[in-house]
Structures are given as C-alpha cells and as structure tokens.
Design a protein around this ligand. Structure first.
Ligand code: ADP
Ligand code: MG
Length: 559
C-alpha cells in the first residue's frame, strides 16, 4: 500500500538511480491501484512503465458505452485523452502517448472485468543520477492517484461529452460500413474543413477555410444510428479524376480522403470524411527496395533484360517504385488507390503523343498507368481516385471528373467527356491472376538480429541491423502504430515459418490476415512481447503491415 511505497522511497532517497528497481510490484493506493511493471535503469533511459487500475465499481462506466467495438474504442480513447490532460498538468514526467486527431484502437487504456486500466510511462525523479525519493513519493502516492480520480472515474468526467464522443464514433463507423454497399469509395460531408493549419500540423485551418460543398450530381445522404443524417459528396467506385488550377485544393481533398480511413475526433473538421478502410495511397518512392513483385503490367523489356514478373531491386527508380507499391497494395487487398500527381513519377502516369512518335513503343519499357487504370478496375475491381491537374490524358478513361475551383468541387464529367478521345484498351487481360508471394524461409530472421524490432518515431523501424523506412506511408498516422508494426514483424517471423497442414509455408498475405484475426480475438496488446504493461500501441491497418514487410531490405521470396 501507500505506506510501503513511501517507506521504500524514503529508504532509497539519495541513492544511485538503480535502487528504483525495488519499486517493481503492486500497491493499493485507496481508490486506485498502482502497478510498477518495469523500472528504467537510469534517468536517461526510456521512462518506467506503470499501470493505474481503478476497479469497475469505482470507475462506474455505463456498460452501454462499451457494448460494441466502436463504443469500446471511443470510450477508451476518451479516457486516454482525459489521462493525457490530467498528466499534462503535472509537466512532462507522466505520459500515456499523445493521441492525435484520429480515434484509434490503442493499448493506452483498457476496460475489462478487472477494471479500468491506464498504461503510463513515468519519468522517475532524479538529481543527476541520484534518486529524489521525496519527490517520487509525491508523484506516485499523490499525483498518480489524482490522475486516476480525474480521468478514470466516470463521475469526474463530462458524461455528456463522453456519450457524444461515443455516439460520433459509432455513427462514423456505421457510415464506413455502408460505403461498399452504396458503391462508394469515400464520403466527404458538406461543411467539412479539409485544409490543415500548416504543413506540419494536423489541426484544422482556422482562418478563411472554405467549408466543403458537394456538387449536386454527386450528393448522397446517410442515415446514422444516432438518428441524424449527413449529406455530402460520394466518391463512386470506378475512376474519378480530380482536376483544377494549381493551389485550388486538389491535394488537400485527396489527403483528406486518404486520412479518412481513420475516424477523426469532434472539432477536427474531417469528422465526416469517411473512406473505406482498405483504400491505399500509392506514390513514387525512389530508392526503396523491392522483392519479387510482378510489375510486368507496367514495366517490361528493361534494357538489362531483367525479369519484371518477379522484379527485385535495392534501389528502385521513381516509376518502378510506384509500380511496385501499386501492385503490392492490390495484392494486400486494396479496394481503391489514391494517387496524386504531386507525388507520382510522370513517366509512370502518362506518355504524350509526341514522345510516342520520338521513342517507339518497343524502346519504352513503361506502359503508363493511364493505359492500365481501366483494366485494373475491370480485371481486379480496383478503383482509382486520381489528382491530375497537368494532363487531360485521364479524361479518356475517367468515369467521373471533379473540378476544384477555389476549393469548391464541381462535376465536370460531361465537359471532360466532350474533350476525350477513344482510349485504346488491351485485347487480353494484363493483370492475370494474383500470384501468392511466399517469403523465403527465415527471411525475417536475419543473422545478427538479437533484439525485438522497435520503432523510432513514426517513420522508422529498427529490424536487426536494418532500418525500415516508412516515411512514404501517408496513411501511417501515429508512432504508436509504428510500434505495433514493429511487434507485428516479430510475430510474422514466426507465422511465416509455420508450415500449414499441406506442408507449404504461408504466403505473406495469409500470414498477415491470420495475425490481424488474432488481434481481433485476443486484443491489440497481444502483439506486445511484454506481460503487464504492453507499451503504447495503436492498431495499424493490414495494408501498412504489408508495406513495412515489403520495404524490409532483407526480404527474399521462396522460389
Ligand atoms: P493543389 O493540389 O490544387 O495545388 P492544395 O490542395 O495543395 O492545392 O492547396 C493549396 C493551398 O490551399 C494549401 O495551402 C491549402 O491548405 C489551401 N486550401 C486547400 N483547401 C482549402 C479550403 N477549403 N479552404 C481554404 N484553404 C484551402
Ligand atoms: Mg497538389
């Protein structure tokens, strides 16, 4: 209990930091329990991991809030934000990970039959490398219980705000569920605020933001479980091209759709930008490695004689990287692709008439995307939403053309059609059947990898001696997702080496699907290698797990 804790801390006051190790254990602090799982070895190491637990009766959360998955995710998100606010008032010492604008499934707070549990990272106080025992007593026996009281007890929370947070999330996820049935890739609600405050901020632009307004021809309405309705623009399946002058808001619209795979919190401006969860952004990413990807629908007959049906490179060009990322996303199950001219390789996207005349087809290995975008939909059922302000070539293949003018969209499909020319289509299928990619035995167990994989911020995973660069994954939104992917890679290393009943080792897609099914059944924290405090994880999409494996430079496929 609190006395034990105080006694230990008084005894070790002034000693070397290592003596904090004695704290490991569980303490009854009255209305909450403190569990110290792992103590940092020195003041400069990653902070200590502790849990605050409030029993169900004390917490008093209404059961109906937690009765379904969206309700559970939104409630625990709300509690995590409340903990972050209460901890923030203390300064920098206590953290629960910082939830951003998205409402994600996280391990920061859980609610079980045992109670409500907040997983904290705590910086234990030090003077140089010496323990400041009395300061630690205040932190652990007064400050932490105060956080629990303020953030984990229903009576101290704004009950109406919590209920509204849950209702919004349930509405958002219900709308997402309806998109496929209505033949839509995404929905952008009327009144949405899409632009962000700055290039390095995810907060809404406050001044002079033009609210989104749907063109009449594309307007759709959704009834929500909470009883309301929302109207907005439905982005239909098929091929949608976004055009418009420079700086008129094309990329901003596409980026909002890209982020719409996650639900956004009240006040974000993108609450009603909802995208099917399996929609993938694809961009050029020169320099990335590629292992055994069939990019032959786009690139064949390279001067080196390289086989592009199983294309591998340690240093992809702009066009080959974009072709590989696109094929990988389709293999990972993407129902639609989002592509912006700003981040695309021009020679991957189009080739104009004069260039065709100068460089005959037999000397050009690339078949541009404009010729493959329709077969991709016809043969594989994959839609595309594309920003193309610089070329009218896509008019020939578009189902819908949306023009942005001063941030306001208009349906200009008819006018674009009038300017379109007949697009030559291939006589026979170009994509062929999907081929399962089976990683080689032990490919995720490199020599010299002794430690578990770990994340460095949002953009990098350390995997043995390698770094996996995830900077180009625009739908990876939180460092806690990167941490989860790092753990997922360690799990996949096991799964990929387990032969099925037929003796065959699993394909990458099969292994990732199995892993995600396990997360559904056992919870996100089952990814963590640690018992007790699992660390701060947020649920990644299968697409980003695929993307991380595919960017691992040690990846080899079985023959
Ligand atoms: P484009 O891709 O068409 O060149 P962007 O989407 O990059 O244009 O937008 C250009 C600028 O306009 C950005 O600074 C963006 O924040 C701002 N912007 C975009 N949409 C809006 C809007 N609805 N209201 C106000 N500003 C906007
Ligand atoms: Mg742009």
């Amino acid at each position: 209990n609190a006395e034990t804790l105080t006694r230990i801390l008084t005894t070790i006051d002034g000693r070397g930091y290592g003596s904090y190790k004695q704290l490991t254990g569980s303490y009854d602090l009255g209305r909450c329990r403190l569990v110290v799982d792992r103590v940092q070895v020195d003041p400069f190491a990653p902070p200590s991991l502790m849990r605050l637990v409030v029993d169900p009766a004390t917490a008093g959360l209404p059961a109906d809030l937690l009765s379904d998955r969206p309700g559970y995710v939104a409630t625990t998100d709300f509690l995590a934000r409340a903990v972050a606010t209460a901890a923030g008032a203390l300064g920098e010492g206590v953290s629960i990970g910082t939830p951003g604008q998205e409402v994600l499934e996280r391990t920061s707070v859980t609610v079980t039959d045992e109670g409500v549990e907040a997983r904290l990272a705590v910086q234990l106080p030090a003077a140089g490398r010496r323990i400041r025992g009395r300061q630690a007593v205040r932190l652990l026996t007064e400050d932490l219980p105060r956080i629990a009281e303020a953030a984990l007890v229903h009576a101290s929370l704004d009950a109406a705000e919590l209920r509204a947070h849950v209702a919004l999330h349930r509405d958002q996820e219900a709308l997402r569920e309806q998109l496929a049935g209505r033949g839509l890739v995404a929905f952008i609600g009327d009144g949405a605020i899409l632009p962000r405050r700055s290039g390095d901020s995810d907060l809404p632009l406050e001044q002079d933001a033009v609210p989104f307004r749907s063109p009449e021809s594309l307007q759709v309405c959704f009834d929500l479980p909470s009883g309301g309705t929302v109207s907005g623009m439905g982005v239909p399946e098929g091929i949608t091209v976004i055009v418009g002058g420079g700086y008129h808001g094309k990329s901003t619209l596409l980026r909002a759709i890209e982020r719409g795979v996650f639900a956004h919190r009240e006040g974000d401006g993108r609450e009603w930008v909802i995208t099917r969860e399996d929609v993938a952004s694809v961009r050029a990413e020169d320099g990335r490695s590629v292992a055994g990807v069939d990019i032959s629908p786009f690139i064949s007959g390279l001067p080196s004689g390289t086989d592009t049906t199983r294309f591998s490179t340690t240093n992809a060009s702009g066009s080959t990287s974009q072709a590989a990322s696109l094929v990988e996303a389709v293999e990972a199950g993407a129902s639609a692709l989002l592509i912006d001219e700003d981040t695309s390789a021009t020679n991957f996207m189009i080739r104009d008439d004069r260039m065709r005349r100068l460089i005959p087809a037999e000397h050009e290995p690339i078949t541009p995307f404009v010729q493959r975008i329709r077969p991709l939909h016809a043969e594989r059922g994959v839609s595309t939403v594309l920003v193309a302000g610089g070329s009218g070539a896509f008019f020939d293949v578009a189902d819908h053309v949306i023009a942005l003018q001063e941030y306001v969209p208009r349906d200009v499909t008819a006018r674009a059609r009038a300017l379109a020319e007949a697009a030559p289509q291939p006589a026979s299928p170009v994509f062929g059947p999907t081929r399962a990619r089976v990683p080689a035995a032990g490919t995720l167990r490199p020599a010299g990898k002794t430690k578990p994989a770990s994340a460095r911020g949002r953009d990098t995973i350390r995997y043995g001696r390698e770094h996996i660069d995830l900077a180009a994954l625009s739908q990876l939104v939180d460092a806690a997702q990167t941490t989860a992917i790092a753990h997922a890679l360690d799990r996949l290393a096991d799964l990929l080496d387990q032969a099925g009943p037929d003796g065959a080792r699993p394909a990458l897609d099969t292994a990732i699907t199995a892993l995600c099914a396990r997360l559904d059944a056992e919870g996100l924290e089952s990814l963590s290698p640690h018992r007790g405090h699992p660390g701060h994880l947020a649920r990644p999409r299968p697409l980003e797990i695929h993307a991380a494996v595919n960017r691992y430079r040690g990846l080899r496929l079985a023959d």
